[in-house]
Design a protein around this ligand. Sequence first.
Ligand SMILES: *Cc1c(COP(=O)(O)O)cnc(C)c1O
Length: 355
Amino acid sequence: MSRFWSDIVHRLTPYVPGEQPVLAHPVKLNTNENPYPPSPRVVEAIRGELGGDGASLRKYPDPTARALREAVAKHHGLRIEQVFAGNGSDEVLAHAFQALLKHDRPIRFPDITYSFYPVYAQLYGVEYETVPLNADFAIDVDDYRAPSGGVLLPNPNAPTGRALPLAEIEVLLNANPDAPVIIDEAYVDFGAESAVNLIDRYPNLLVVQTTSKARSLAGMRVGFAFGDAALIEALTRVKDSFNSYPLDRLAQVAALASYEDQAWFEAGCAKVVASRERLTSQLQTLGFEVVPSAANFVFAKHPAHDAATLATTLKAKEIFVRHFRLPRIDQHLRISIGTPAECDALVAALTEIVA
Ligand SMILES: *Cc1c(COP(=O)(O)O)cnc(C)c1O
């Protein structure tokens, strides 16, 4: 604390990202990173951009990320005016709070969801109400009919992994024609249905995606928003009042190359999904209750073992999972899907612990 701090800094409770352990070979299942590398074309594209001497780095990148946005627009059947690119979807979400969610009425999001949402709300002075998930940790879209300044939810939800069918997203959109509805699809490629195809019919819909999870590019920081051109313009206005060059040169070419290798992307997602199903049944055999997941993680609790203790015991074995000290979920662990070998190491450790 310091007398030089502004008022807002005194009041902030920052988001706490999952630990990035400084260990040679941790089994790292705590931040939902992809266990597989990105397409070799991504590496080639970065090398190509660097050239022999890195001379291109002298120059600022394209502030509009036009080539990347064009490729991603084409991928989703959208126009380039319907695509916004940011420095990770966290930044895209931050801009959305400022550009689209600050109105007279509070915004609404689930009580159990991505813990960055309340942080951005606080940072930007956006009032919010949380809407409880039901007892099965499912979102009931009928709970989102009250007038609000906007609705924000991940699909699949985090950290539960539960997905909403597209028909339910449409119910949500029809129930909220006068408010922006933001669907955070960070994990959509692991088994949920994207709302991107609804964009032409719902001018209040903003879909947020990232290359961090399914495209193995968490280290490059590239995220997107898709929506009506007017919504995208709002984000662009905030972006150009904050940082004109959010995506560096390497990030732009890397993300573009990832969209050019659809086969690699699909094979990677399929491997993660297969491991998720295998891990789910192994955890169930050990007595865990596992929430049905459409994401690259599972959310599980053991009726006879305290979750915080489990996390600490695993950490001592250099296996990292995520535990949230939050109401309703402090007996759960969020476990990212690793390689088959990493999942096996986790199952072996848990077998020992719960025996
Ligand atoms: C991981 C995640 C993000 C942020 O991803 P970026 O790496 O910033 O693109 C956004 N929303 C949810 C729900 C996430 O889990």
